[in-house]
Design a binder for this molecule. Structure first.
Ligand SMILES: [Cu+2]
Length: 317
């Protein structure tokens, strides 16, 4: 076993070696970057499948986050979150957006490398779709993945103008029997607006506030697909099924999502809890339904859990 002096000498030796310019730089020479190594281009401009046409009506809707708690807000096709759009990789997606709102709107396809003119940024890639007008977004659904679509005008997405866009693999790399898309979000009644230095108690930070109503702090409801537990439907599965959960996080908070009684696979790791990053973070996990019962699935931030971010995962009899 090396004594302390030997160890120090070895350490100094290493440091000295690192100080020799040639040795130090040998391992990290700067090569001209290969574009494909940095980020391979995944854009696809030519469809390899049929055209799918869907219609999205941006309109005022009613949301019931708990029995008897109905709020008027904005959404797509009468729902919050908006309808899940699901296509195969390579298909041409055509989304006809009708604007029934009192102000202009657009849709941004978050994470999908769409042609620039389809990117939905008002004043940059298009004029907002005026009230009463229609605009058609057309792009090739690629690459496969879990995405979000949402309004890119002002604070509209915070009112509920959002939904999930799932692009399925043409050749799935895993197979599963059942799948749930779970949109994690907070919901607060009323009109979202930016906080200003004049807003009491916020110290002038320029954060966006859904928690503020008339200068008072309000507790948001933390929802999964627009429902706040315990007023939420169970996620039903059956013994022996291979189940996939796709989670998309539309809130500004990180959610450690925990499934009781099962390990799930995320990439190469087996876990029981996984962090879903804020600001459109996405995590997909798979598990095998091997232990019948009524299992809890919830955010492990207790403040989110207590105000609704949970579901029962229930095995069908
Ligand atoms: Cu949470």
């Amino acid at each position: 076993m090396p004594d302390r002096r030997t160890f120090l000498r070895a350490l100094l030796g290493t440091t000295a070696a690192l100080a020799v310019p040639g040795l130090w730089t040998a391992g990290c020479r700067r090569e001209p970057a290969d574009a494909a190594t940095i980020a391979p281009s995944l854009r696809r401009d030519t469809p390899t499948g049929p055209t799918r046409t869907v219609r999205l009506r941006a309109e005022e809707i009613e949301v019931e986050v708990a029995p008897g708690r109905v709020y008027r807000t904005w959404g797509y096709n009468g729902a919050f979150p908006g309808p899940e759009l699901r296509v195969r990789e390579g298909e041409q997606l055509q989304v006809v957006v009708e604007n029934h709102l009192p102000e202009g709107t657009t849709i941004h396809w978050h994470g999908v490398p769409v042609p620039n003119a389809m990117d939905g940024v008002p004043g940059l890639t298009q004029d907002p779709i005026a009230p009463g007008e229609t605009f058609t977004y057309t792009f090739v659904a690629s690459p496969s993945g879990s995405y979000l679509y949402h309004s890119h005008v002002g604070l509209q997405l915070d009112r509920g103008l959002l939904g999930a866009l799932i692009i399925e693999e043409t050749t799935p790399h895993v197979s599963y029997d059942r799948e749930y898309t779970l949109v994690l979000d907070d919901f607060l009644p009323g009109e979202p607006r930016p906080l200003t230095a004049a807003t009491p108690g916020m110290g002038g930070r320029g954060m966006m506030g859904r928690g503020m109503m008339g200068g008072m702090m309000m507790d948001p409801r933390w929802t999964i697909n627009g429902q706040a537990y315990p007023d939420a439907e169970p996620l039903e599965i059956a013994r022996g099924e291979r189940v996939r959960f796709r989670m998309v996080n539309h809130s500004m908070m990180l959610h450690p999502m925990h499934l009781h009684g099962h390990f799930f696979r995320v990439g190469d790791a087996l876990k029981d809890t996984v962090l879903v990053p804020p600001h459109m973070g996405r995590v997909v996990f798979d598990f095998v339904a091997d232990d019948p019962g009524r299992w809890f699935f919830h955010c492990h931030n207790l403040y989110h859990l207590e105000s609704g971010m949970a579901r029962e995962v229930r095995y069908r009899a």
